[in-house]
Design a binder for this molecule. Structure first.
Ligand code: TXA
Ligand code: MG
Length: 326
């Protein structure tokens, strides 16, 4: 199979119609979201969900995020406590995933939730939301990349990696946010951060008027089971908190700060010359892809501040640098 690629800004109607048709056939479709490109399939169709796993080469079934058109649709599938609803109203559509009790008999298949009695839900911004409204079923969608590899932030990334395994890729240009959604779970009065992501934990704390409970990163026990230690791996090895470049390395720096030995680097990228963490997040996966394309054996990455979206960036970088079993 060679994927057909439709540009959603040039042919929005065609994109909606073809994507709905493929989804109805039970095929996964790569779609743009504001975070990263997703490999979306009908969350009520077990054969379709199985194809997501086959396409990604994901070794086992992890619960997938179920994407909804809006809060009203999400309420058909999940039970909202008042605090989760307040977060949804503040941050949806947007890069926030809420883990909520699943409504019994709602139609989401157990393969999408890995048999749990909870479900991760989010309402993506933009075209993905329109597609879900048209299809009128939740879309289960992990990132559209081979398991363990860097998440795609452009249709080109998806095509390079999975183009021969997919029927359709929708091209929505460069993903805005660039890292996956923040995942939280409300438990009574507590909010737990299951994965840092595209919404800064501090922003959630402001709306929730309480502190978020963080866990050690990478999580020692796999509560969000997708969060295996080695994830987001480029082909090159990754060295973090680099203060000097070694010969043959590609350098990724931040904030325009000089790193000694940069002149011997095979290439130099800056996540954000102005030191803007949102810009850095949106460039992260693209620059890891680009650094890999240089063909260097190792990528040296300067320290990134750990506040705001820096928390999600550092989470992904720690995983990119983790020892690999694949
Ligand atoms: O931004 C995103 O979230 C992207 C785009 C495509 O929307 N999606 C994404 O999905 O990152 P995925 O499948 O790669 O991440 C799902 C994460 C996993 O870590 C999984 O374990 C966690 O969500 N998750 C899903 N349902 C859960 C549940 N019921 N309880 C705990 N964790 C859950
Ligand atoms: Mg992923």
């Amino acid at each position: 199979m060679t994927a057909r690629i439709i540009d959603i800004s040039r042919e929005p109607e065609q994109a909606l119609a073809e994507a709905s048709a493929r989804l109805a056939e039970g095929l996964p479709v790569a779609i743009p979201t504001e975070t990263v490109y997703g490999l979306a399939a009908d969350a009520t169709n077990p054969a379709a969900i199985t194809r997501i796993y086959e396409t990604k080469g994901r070794p086992r079934f992890n619960p997938l995020i179920c994407h909804m058109a809006d809060l009203a649709m999400a309420e058909r599938y999940a039970l909202f406590d008042p605090l989760s609803r307040r977060l949804a109203e503040s941050f949806w559509p947007g890069p926030l995933t809420l883990v909520l009790p699943l409504k019994v008999g709602c139609g989401i298949h157990a393969l999408a939730t890995a048999g749990l009695d909870s479900v991760g839900v989010r309402v993506p911004k933009g075209f993905a939301g329109e597609l879900i409204r048209r299809f009128d079923r939740p879309l289960a969608a992990p990132s559209a990349n081979t398991s363990g590899r860097i998440s795609p932030t452009s249709a080109e990334h998806v095509a390079e990696d999975l183009g021969d395994k997919l029927a359709l890729i929708l091209d929505g240009g460069q993903a805005d946010v660039g890292v996956e959604s923040t995942i939280v779970k409300v438990e009574g009065e507590r909010i737990r951060l299951l994965r840092p992501g595209g919404i800064a934990a501090e922003d959630i704390e402001r709306v929730a008027e309480r502190a978020i409970e963080r866990q050690a990163s990478p999580a020692p026990t796999i509560e969000a089971p997708g969060m295996l230690a080695s994830h987001y791996a480029p082909n090159a090895s990754v060295r973090l908190n680099a203060t000097a470049v070694r010969p043959g390395e590609v350098l990724i720096r931040f904030g325009g700060l000089p790193v000694s030995g940069a002149d011997v680097a095979s290439a130099v990228f800056d996540l954000s010359a102005s030191g803007d963490l949102a810009e850095a997040a949106s460039n992260l996966f693209d620059m890891l892809h680009a650094a890999d394309a240089v063909g260097a054996g190792r990528i040296a990455i300067a320290a990134i501040p750990d506040q705001g979206l820096g928390e999600a960036i550092n989470d992904r970088l720690i995983r990119a640098a983790a020892p690999r079993d694949h």
